[in-house]
Ligand binder design. Structure first.
Ligand SMILES: NC(=O)c1ccc[n+]([C@@H]2O[C@H](COP(=O)([O-])OP(=O)(O)OC[C@H]3O[C@@H](n4cnc5c(N)ncnc54)[C@H](OP(=O)(O)O)[C@@H]3O)[C@@H](O)[C@H]2O)c1
Length: 343
């Protein structure tokens, strides 16, 4: 398999790579975490491709932290393919105020699902990690082999430890039991079904919400945590879903694969872009006394590019479509308005 086999026409990928792992249209495919940002995008994508036996379970039906319940569910439903994209997820504020939940929930979810997948003979499992697994001072752009070469960013260390454990679980079950479990590490994601609650959201949806609220309430400025200097990379979740399907079909190795655009921008530039889309004319005020998090986080995506995959959705286009979604569906899904606005 190689990028030479992938032909690009008018910016669209024409995938000529034969599937290493053809996924039958009637394969039983479980999307763990189907209600979330990533899970809903994967489900949309699978539905669009016509897969006919998609398996889902809400948290009420199946608490993925409960090994007995997960074992029972896997035995009853016998998935063949699993997308493990469930977890407790959030921004700096949520990570720093709820570190126990971030480490416990994620460790348990990864362990129960990987173990049940092994026990019931799942054919392929794709585990989704996060770019926060890498050391705070990793050289930029961050390569897959930079994992565990330095100290983690303290503001989300418990979450990062759980996400690293997920990679190691997949590798250990592959080595000891021959399980076909792979891991993908996406950069910051955004898109429809994102979390716009200011107490727990990531920076991009938080900015959309803040500028939208300022516009609706007639306020002249919006405050954003930090200096605005840190640089971040953003990938539309529909591109991620495309990459997950691509990897499930074409990747079969032990090492995790970075998934991103290979392009970053400062938080200030991001805030200005969101402001221009959502509420032109509203001023941006930075709060430099608040924590910044890692100074830069850009993934080296050369491995993924070499496999033949590239993102398609540009950042402005993605922010515009996400804001359109927020205006129609997103704001009705918010919890009661939160008083303190933070990014
Ligand atoms: N968002 C990002 O920017 C980003 C970036 C990199 C990596 N990721 C990774 O992508 C994955 C999904 O993130 P996301 O942004 O889609 O998160 P999300 O929108 O919060 O969705 C998480 C999903 O997991 C489910 N879930 C959580 N705990 C559960 C439990 N105990 N039992 C059953 N279901 C449970 C949630 O169910 P409920 O709907 O009931 O809560 C929800 O459907 C995570 O592994 C995360 O590390 C996300």
């Amino acid at each position: 398999m190689g990028s030479a086999l992938v032909k690009r026409l008018d910016g669209k990928r024409e995938n000529r790579i034969p599937d290493m792992h053809d996924i039958a249209q009637d394969a039983r495919i479980f999307v763990a975490g189907h209600g979330g940002l990533v899970g809903s995008a994967i489900l949309r994508r699978l539905e669009a491709e016509g897969f006919s036996r998609l398996l889902t379970a809400t948290r009420g039906e199946l608490d993925l932290r409960d090994q007995r319940a997960v074992d029972h569910w896997f035995e009853a439903n016998r998935p063949e393919i699993v997308f493990l994209v469930a977890g407790t997820v959030g921004g700096i504020l949520a990570n720093s105020t709820r570190p126990a939940e971030f480490i416990y929930d994620n460790l348990m979810i990864h362990a129960t699902v990987v173990h049940a997948a092994y026990r019931t003979g799942v054919r392929r499992l794709l585990y989704l990690g996060s770019s926060c697994i890498y050391p705070r001072h990793a050289p930029q752009p961050i390569r897959e082999q930079d994992l565990l070469t330095g100290l983690l960013e303290p503001t989300n260390e418990p979450y990062a430890i759980a996400k690293i454990a997920g990679i190691k679980l997949c590798q250990a079950y592959r080595r000891q039991y021959g399980c076909d479990f792979i891991s993908a590490m996406p950069t910051n994601l955004y898109g429809p079904n994102d979390n716009f609650d200011l107490e727990s959201s990531h920076v991009l949806p938080a900015l959309i919400r803040k500028f939208h609220d300022a516009k609706v309430e007639g306020r002249r400025s919006v405050t954003v945590w930090g200096t605005g200097a840190p640089r971040r990379e953003f990938l539309h979740v529909d591109d991620l879903a495309d990459a997950c399907l691509f990897l499930a079909r074409h990747y079969d190795e032990d090492e995790h694969v970075n998934v991103g655009t290979g392009e970053d921008l400062s938080i200030r530039a991001l805030a200005e872009l969101v402001r221009d889309v959502v509420a032109p004319g509203v001023a941006l005020e930075l709060e430099p006394t608040k924590p910044d998090g890692m100074p830069r986080k850009l993934l080296d995506v050369s491995r993924l590019h070499a496999l033949g995959w590239r993102h398609r959705i540009g950042l402005r286009e993605g922010v515009e479509s996400t804001y359109a979604w927020y205006q129609t569906a997103g704001s009705s899904r918010l919890p009661a308005a939160t008083a303190t606005a933070r990014s």
